[in-house]
Design a protein. Structure first.
Length: 101
């Protein structure tokens, strides 16, 4: 139920059209995945990219094709939380997020 309530209006596969990496300092929305905090799990929260790094593809991301690099982000959320190792499919530029919602 939570996944449906907080999902974007388009499927994850659609997100492959958005370019990565996004530069440090870019305002973004990031999907917060934490099953231990059900009221926040799956929410897209505003934040800013602190840094990113290339990672090896696990093959589990349906929005990624094997010829392009995959990135992991360190996000500083507007509510002063932070999260490391956020997969690129859970990060959208704020303009792109607003276009989808």
């Amino acid at each position: 139920e939570l996944e449906r309530r907080h999902a974007l209006p388009r499927p994850v596969g659609f997100m492959s059209q958005y370019p990565h990496p996004l530069d440090a300092g870019t305002p973004v929305y990031c999907k917060w995945d934490n099953m231990f905090v059900p009221e926040m799990h799956g929410l897209w929260l505003p934040g800013t990219i602190h840094s990113y790094r290339p990672v090896e593809s696990t093959g589990n991301d349906p929005s990624h094709n094997d010829s392009s690099p995959v990135y992991s982000y360190h996000i500083l959320f507007d509510n002063e939380e932070e999260k490391r190792d956020v997969p690129q499919q859970n990060v959208l530029d704020r303009t792109e997020y607003h276009d989808l919602t």
